[in-house]
Design a protein around this ligand. Structure first.
Ligand code: HEC
Ligand code: HEC
Length: 265
């Protein structure tokens, strides 16, 4: 009887052998390496997907080339403004650098990009009304999407871009006054904060730790600053990678974090 209850000797042997396969340190290392390589490949593919086909990316890589190309016009219009202030961005660029943070996924009930149902009742209000709201803000929608340095024209272009993607036939505004931007091209945490992060961190949208709120920030600092930089760059929960502005460099994101942390010292 006992012999029937016990599994056959051969089965027990192979079960043991199988177990020892995983336990061999070399096998474990190989499995881990394969896992990490796989993860990295996925991240690289995602990163390529996120940045593919965008020519503003190339612009960002060669600011000198851009500055040279538009120099004559820029000097007439802008006086002393730095490289960052010389380009009046397109609606698509503004959307991708600022508005996408909330409108891509519909954070705090923002009308979702390309969603005709979300946009139809708003489009009926007309271009003028939507631009007014985008400039002045309403509810959880911050004035100019939180990017106070944008010119009115740029905001209107972004509204037209978003509305038209959801079926509207709004007209591009004519180019007029160039945007007022910080005069230095130097990385400036306050400027990055105000242009990108303030939209959520200014008031604490979706539980973002509020600017200057020591208690809120203390909870996020328990694992040290390196960890906090990492999360600002890669995203965490409702916090999008780089605050949703993928045109920011790593250094720019870090100075914005420094600026926010300085305020809760
Ligand atoms: C911090 C999140 C956030 C960001 C960033 C943001 N929006 Fe919004 N937006 C919202 C929310 C939330 C609403 C819905 C407001 C409501 O209906 O009360 C909204 C609504 C709108 C509307 C519809 C207004 C109406 O009358 O119904 C427009 C147009 C708009 N946003 C444009 C923009 C533009 C342009 C940008 C970028 C420059 C931008 N938004 C960035 C959150 C955001
Ligand atoms: C669309 C809204 C939104 C924008 C824009 C945004 N954040 Fe956040 N952020 C959040 C939310 C929400 C959290 C809380 C995430 C959590 O703890 O799950 C957060 C958390 C953080 C944290 C704490 C991370 C941690 O380790 O807990 C840092 C640092 C941070 N954001 C930096 C930034 C910077 C820098 C910018 C601008 C470049 C930015 N954020 C823009 C929503 C936003």
């Amino acid at each position: 009887m006992r012999a029937f209850l016990r599994p056959p000797e051969g089965a027990r042997m192979s079960a043991k052998r199988h177990e020892s396969l995983i336990k061999t340190p070399k096998q474990l290392v190989t499995a881990l390496v394969l896992f990490f390589v796989g993860t990295i490949i996925v991240i690289v593919l995602l990163a390529q997907l996120a940045t593919s086909g965008r020519n503003y990316d190339e612009d960002a890589k060669s600011p000198e080339a851009v500055a040279k190309r538009i120099k004559p016009v820029a000097e007439v219009n802008m006086g002393t403004a730095g490289p960052a202030g010389k380009i009046l961005k397109t609606g698509e660029e503004i959307y991708k650098s600022v508005c996408t943070a909330c409108h891509a996924t519909g954070v705090a009930k923002a009308p979702k990009f390309g969603d005709r149902r979300d946009w139809a009742p708003r489009i009926k209000e007309g271009q003028k009304e939507l631009v007014r709201v985008a400039l002045k803000g309403e509810g959880a929608m911050p004035p100019k999407g939180g990017a106070s340095e944008l010119s009115d024209i740029e905001v209107e272009r972004a509204v037209v871009y978003m509305a038209n993607a959801a079926g509207a036939k709004f007209k591009e505004p004519a180019a007029a006054a160039p945007p007022a931007r910080a005069a230095s091209g130097k990385v400036d945490g306050k400027r990055v904060y105000e242009s990108t992060c303030m939209a959520c961190h200014g008031t604490g949208v979706a539980n973002a730790p509020k600017f200057g709120d020591k208690k809120a920030w203390a909870m996020h600092l328990t694992h040290g600053t390196e960890h906090v930089y990492e999360n600002a760059l890669k995203g965490k929960g409702a916090m999008p990678p780089k605050g949703g502005n993928l045109t920011l460099s790593e250094a720019e994101v870090k100075t914005a974090v420094d600026y926010m942390l300085e305020a809760v010292k």
